[in-house]
Design a binder for this molecule. Structure first.
Ligand SMILES: NC(=O)c1ccc[n+]([C@@H]2O[C@H](COP(=O)([O-])OP(=O)(O)OC[C@H]3O[C@@H](n4cnc5c(N)ncnc54)[C@H](O)[C@@H]3O)[C@@H](O)[C@H]2O)c1
Length: 362
């Protein structure tokens, strides 16, 4: 049983604390936050220790750190953890630039440690079923795909939504990792991209408590349209937007030489997965021979701990996080330059989940 420490006790920390309470190979034993009382409150709630960030990193018992800080802090916190000799699993995005993401990969290699990054939704029943259907040839050779995430931002519900409108936030860096990690699972690495980014509103007004009525100056594009060419040849169209109130778009669809696949919301672990072969009159909802389907955030941590023990590739290995960051950065750079951008990283596609899947103990 490996001991874990969480750094960052905000909104998303509860689901990790809940799901990793009874995991079979690891357990969260302590938490830290730059705001001490947040760590103390979580520690009390879950019956674990609260420490300062420095004390957590110095603790010999901690095998791996789960980095749940805001995107701007991901690089510095992960680097500190690696330098302290800890493996790292971090929330998405891995870092704010491909350069700093690459630095983390290199540092982990130098230290003989592993780094992996969210999302682990790609290990859920929905995306794993879609991957298996493509790999087994149900839609023939993939030729194209669409990936759409439209909404009006997070200031309506998140208690502290400022980071969503800074570099490292916006719809692309916030939601893009779900869609791009899923497309990577389904279609492999991307070879080049082109993008156009815009920002429809100069300010956002917070509608949630406790900051209701405050204005947030928007410092990042809030609508990004892109084209991705995969190394294997398929071409995907992508829209990531916080500027749209309502839409009728699918989340992800993959179009093959022999049919089409409707892929579920990659921000969830479940389905439905639907297929329509070229000669079918209707879409068919497919059985999902994998699990889990419910919110199993933390599964990537369990997989990382297993991968370290077995000397195999973690299914959310940091090299995939780097690839995703490189794609997102290149979409924005393409918009600035008005040119295609080549993607240099070519991560290995990790092994699929086992057919029976893996449920979290409850
Ligand atoms: N909220 C969600 O629904 C959600 C869902 C999926 C992923 N995420 C991701 O999880 C991460 C955290 O999101 P959140 O919503 O929990 O944010 P949050 O603002 O609610 O919490 C972040 C916490 O990190 C702490 N922190 C920031 N910098 C730190 C540092 N340098 N050292 C120590 N602590 C530090 C903050 O004090 C805060 O308590 C982000 O990367 C986000 O993209 C959030």
């Amino acid at each position: 049983m490996k001991s874990l420490g969480i750094i960052g006790c905000g909104n998303i920390s509860d689901i990790y604390l809940k799901n990793l309470h009874h995991a079979e190979n690891c357990q969260v034993v302590m938490v830290a936050d730059q705001i001490d009382e947040r760590a103390r409150a979580k520690a009390e709630q879950y019956g674990i220790q609260s420490k300062s960030v420095e004390d957590l990193l110095a603790d010999q018992d901690v095998f791996a750190v789960i980095n749940l800080t805001i995107p701007e802090a991901h690089h510095s916190v992960a680097a500190k953890a690696l330098l302290a000799g800890k493996h790292v699993y971090g929330e998405k995005p891995l870092a704010l630039s491909s350069r700093s993401a690459r630095e983390l990969i290199e540092l982990s290699q130098k230290m003989g440690l592993r780094i992996a990054s969210a999302p682990d939704t790609v290990l859920g029943a929905g995306i794993q079923t879609a991957r298996k259907l493509i790999d087994d040839g149900w839609i023939g050779r993939p030729v194209a795909a669409t990936a759409f995430m439209t909404g009006h931002g997070h200031e309506g519900w998140h208690p502290d939504p400022t980071f969503y409108y800074q570099a490292g936030g916006g719809p692309l860096f916030d939601m893009g990792p779900y869609y791009l990690s899923a497309l990577f699972q389904l279609l492999g690495p991307v070879a080049r991209v082109t993008g156009i980014a815009s920002q429809a509103f100069a300010e956002r007004i917070v509608l949630s408590q406790p900051r209701r009525g405050e204005h947030i100056v928007v410092n990042t594009p809030t609508h990004v349209a892109g084209s991705l060419e995969f190394a294997a040849g398929a071409v995907a169209s992508l829209v990531m937007s916080f500027d749209v109130w309502h839409a009728n778009l699918p989340r992800i669809e993959v179009y093959g030489s022999e049919g089409s696949l409707s892929v579920p919301d990659p921000n969830t672990f479940g389905g439905p997965v639907r297929i329509r072969r070229f000669d079918a009159a209707e879409w068919t909802e497919m059985a999902m021979p994998f699990s889990p389907s419910d919110n199993a955030r933390g599964l990537g941590v369990i997989d990382l701990v297993d991968a370290i023990a077995q000397g195999t590739m973690a299914r959310t290995d940091g090299t995939i996080g780097l690839h995703v960051v490189e794609i997102m950065e290149a979409l924005l750079e393409s918009s600035r330059q008005g040119k295609h951008q080549d993607i240099l990283s070519r991560p290995t596609r990790p092994p699929a989940m086992e057919l029976s899947g893996r449920d979290l103990p409850r």
